[in-house]
Design a protein around this ligand. Structure first.
Ligand code: AMP
Ligand code: MG
Length: 517
């Protein structure tokens, strides 16, 4: 295996001078060198062909022992020096101090076809940032991250990606439900890939330490490598532009989550990518019935801070924390507040645009605004499946709107759908009126591009996990292939285009998830 190694992060930023692996506070540094823990008996479960291609790894390399050894942490690739990043974060609204890569170990960076990739193992053992945890990951959470990050990529949502997933051959003790019933589970490692894994928290920790020098170095590094359109020579203006770009990318990501019905579940500032990528797939979930108050994360069940309908507010709150962190470089509260005000304005406009796109409506008028507003209430009240509804709406016939009333109950989890039939009937009439007025011959085509047919419903991931736990990876492979083309009809895969089965409603992993991973 011959990789084009190009380590930008470690070559430009200050390292922790200590190289021994013990838990500690790490001041004035962006990372600590640390080697992965060698797994007992690693075996490869799956790799992404697309990513091996993108990284310049050929097919023969993948079946070589070296590939398994490097991407399971058994051996360190020649002339590279793995490391864990230092970051802090606000968790559930409170400053948590130093967090850092507690169980992620960055292997190296690759420059391939003018694209920069950082590769990191998740679950490869303890680091100086592991605090009181073990640095490991279990098979169930690894499968969830592996499948979902690739699914998001193919949905067109900015995300980190996944190159490979393997078993370590070790067992890991987890109390999955936090009820004192700890059990051993199979250990696994995902190799994650992204241009950069830098988070809001990397900036926050340096600001909290009052280390403006390193903060400036990290910001300059991020701009030079990932925001090349910004001219660093502009000084303070460059930092303002940078902050504005991060705001815009973050906003776009949130709108995309809303479009596809994704709930991140743990939007702490340490889980916010500085590139606006969806990062750290933990207790995430997908909307089934449209419910803005839904969160998949059991840890957040009471306050629901990270519920579907609150993600745009939380992103703004997180951007305020980033503004505080960058303040020493910008020194002007008014400018930062101005950018946060733009977020709010733009969010309102982009959200409407996204909803209009999903509905196949071009013009924002008084009538279409009523259609959006009423639809949200109707979807919620009649417990309609978000994905099924919008996909089936593509075939809506505006000439005979009432026929859709026969289709609608098939998209609902509610036993008393009939109660809402009258309101739906009125809604369909108004919607039909708009479509007839607009006469857009491309409507169906456009709607198919924004309304996915297949998403990774929680029970689907759970089926892949249950089979994989028994050594059967067929469901994982099937879902991996299915989710490569989420907007395509794929008639052979119709069974995945259906309401969540009843058995999955209350089953652990299918609806609610804990942070245990
Ligand atoms: P999360 O919210 O899951 O992204 O994790 C928050 C922090 O806890 C991060 O600093 C993680 O690296 C750390 N962490 C989570 N799980 C583990 C683990 N099993 N071992 C060590 N650190 C962990
Ligand atoms: Mg995290």
């Amino acid at each position: 295996m011959k990789l084009n190694i190009n380590n930008t992060f470690t070559s430009h930023l200050p390292a922790d001078p200590i190289e021994n692996n013990f838990v500690r506070q790490v001041p004035n540094a962006c990372f600590s060198y640390v080697k992965p823990t060698s797994p007992k008996n690693p075996s490869l479960i799956h790799t992404s062909d697309e990513l091996t291609d993108a990284l310049g790894i050929n097919k023969e390399d993948v079946s070589n022992e070296e590939f398994l050894n490097v991407f399971s942490g058994k051996t360190v690739y020649k002339n590279t020096k793995p490391y864990a990043m230092c970051y802090g974060g606000h968790q559930f609204g409170n400053w948590a101090g130093q967090l850092g890569d507690g169980r992620a170990i960055n292997l190296f960076e690759i420059s391939q076809n003018d694209t920069q990739w950082a590769l990191q193992l998740k679950g490869a053992g303890k680091t100086p940032y592991s605090r009181n945890a073990d640095g490991l990951a279990v098979l169930r959470s690894s499968i969830r991250e592996y499948l979902c990050s690739e699914a998001m990529y193919h949905l067109g949502v900015a995300t980190t990606r996944a190159l490979s997933i393997c078993l370590t051959g070790d067992v890991v003790l987890r109390d999955m439900l936090y009820d004192g019933q700890a059990a051993f589970e199979k250990g696994a490692i995902v190799c994650r890939v992204a241009p950069s894994f830098v988070r809001f928290g990397n900036f926050e920790i340096l600001a909290a330490q009052g280390d403006v020098d390193t903060l400036k170095k990290l910001t300059d590094y991020t701009i030079t490598n990932f925001y090349p359109e910004i001219d660093l020579n502009k000084g303070v203006d460059a930092y303002v532009e940078f902050y504005k770009s991060v705001m815009e990318k973050t906003l776009k990501m949130i709108i995309e989550w809303q479009r596809v019905g994704f709930v991140h579940g743990v939007m702490n500032t340490d889980n916010m990518s500085i590139l606006g990528l969806t990062i750290d797939y933990g207790p995430y979930g997908w909307l089934e019935n449209y419910d803005p108050n839904w969160t998949p994360n059991t840890t957040d069940a009471e306050k629901k801070r990270y519920r579907f309908g609150n993600q745009s507010h939380v992103a703004l709150w997180n951007l305020v924390q980033l503004a505080n962190a960058l303040f020493p470089l910008i020194g002007d509260v008014k400018i930062l507040e101005g950018i946060l005000a733009i977020y709010q304005k733009k969010y309102a406009a982009l959200h409407i645009e996204m909803m209009l796109n999903k509905l196949g409506i071009n013009e924002y008028t008084e009538e279409s605004s009523v259609v959006i507003k009423d639809l949200k209430h109707l979807l919620e009240d009649s417990e309609v499946d978000y994905t099924l509804f919008f996909r089936k709406l593509i075939d809506f016939a505006p000439e005979s709107p009432q026929t859709f009333l026969d289709v609608l109950p098939q998209t609902s989890y509610s036993n008393n759908f009939a109660l809402h039939a009258g309101k739906w009937s009125k809604w369909l009439e108004l919607y039909a009126k708009i479509l007839v007025q607009e006469q857009d011959s491309l409507r169906k085509l456009k709607m198919k591009k924004v309304n996915p047919k297949y998403v990774l419903r929680n029970y689907m991931a759970q089926l892949a996990i249950d089979a994989a736990d028994k050594g059967d990876y067929s469901v994982l492979k099937e879902l991996f292939e299915l989710l490569k083309a989420p907007y395509h009809e794929q008639p052979d895969m119709q069974k995945w285009f259906a309401l969540r089965p009843d058995w999955a409603k209350e089953k652990i992993g299918c609806s609610q998830l804990s942070c245990s991973s």
